[in-house]
Ligand binder design. Structure first.
Ligand SMILES: C[S@@+](CC[C@H](N)C(=O)[O-])C[C@H]1O[C@@H](n2cnc3c(N)ncnc32)[C@H](O)[C@@H]1O
Length: 259
């Protein structure tokens, strides 16, 4: 594997710990469900209908983790799902689940900014809190474009601008604007072990997608639902916060034919 950037190495340490603590349990719980649910607030896909018809499509999941989402995409019609992740422990859980369920997912251990697969080999590039927050958008989005066929779609979930500007490096999100949105890009956190995330603001993301050859097809901000309760493992954003402000968002963009 080519040399990894510093943030991919710290992400790998972070996700090796998280895997031992809880992600393998989350994977088991989510895999036992058939319906697709998005993100922390488990918003049902059947309610928001963001995904295209997946029938017969080849999908690459960038930062697949335990690949519970990739498994859903396969169950919902994708022909082929390839999960890319930089953390061997997460891929071990993904492989074990895949074997149990017999879904035929494939996995590649790599940095999602530099994937050892040919150009134009997928119809959909997907990320739910994988590359979409752990990788540099100026690297992973062009890489997703390279991997997609013309007309292919990039679909990802990440945190909203509002969540990010209310984020102090503490255990809980605040109700104050504590970080500047202007020029937001790389964020280094220290409160729960060192980690680095990336976030560029909505306008910058829109421009980056356009420059990289994508047309934006859909954009959704998601709130917690009225009956949502705090997530059992992810305590950073309480449900009460996300009932008032959107904490999660989904982007869907199509690679232009001439891109
Ligand atoms: C929140 S998990 C993704 C959850 C995923 N939706 C699932 O179905 O399990 C984030 C994942 O991103 C991976 N990741 C972080 N940095 C990465 C990088 N540079 N390249 C590939 N994967 C990365 C982590 O190893 C971790 O497994």
């Amino acid at each position: 594997m080519p040399e990894l950037p510093d943030y991919a190495l710290t992400a790998r340490e972070h996700w090796t710990r998280s895997n031992a603590e809880y992600t393998s349990l989350t994977a088991r719980e989510r895999r036992s469900q058939d319906e697709i649910h998005w993100g922390v607030w488990k918003t049902p896909e059947s309610e928001i209908r963001v995904l295209p018809d997946l029938q017969g499509l080849d999908v690459i999941e960038l930062g697949c983790g335990t690949a519970y989402f990739g498994a859903w995409l396969k169950k919902h019609g994708a022909r082929r799902v390839v999960g890319v992740d930089v953390t061997p422990a997460q891929l071990d859980t993904a492989r074990a689940m895949n074997e149990e369920l017999g879904l035929g997912l494939e996995f590649v251990e790599a940095n999602a900014e530099d994937v050892p697969l040919p150009d134009a080999s997928f119809d959909v590039a997907f990320s739910e809190y994988g590359a979409s927050i752990w990788c540099d958008p100026f690297r992973w989005i062009p890489e997703a474009a390279r991997l997609l066929v013309p007309g292919g779609e990039l679909i990802f979930m990440r945190n909203t601008d509002l969540e990010m500007v209310c984020s102090a490096d503490e255990e809980r999100i605040t109700e104050r604007l504590v970080l500047p949105l202007k020029g937001m890009h790389r964020l280094n956190w220290f409160s729960e072990g060192e980690s680095t995330e990336f976030h560029i603001n909505t306008s910058d993301m829109f421009q980056l997608l356009r420059r990289t050859g994508f047309d934006v097809l859909d954009y959704r901000q998601l709130f917690a639902r009225e009956d949502s309760v705090d997530h059992p493992h992810y305590h950073y954003v309480p449900a009460e916060w996300a009932k008032l402000w959107p904490s999660e968002e989904i982007w869907r963009a199509r690679k232009r034919q001439e891109a």
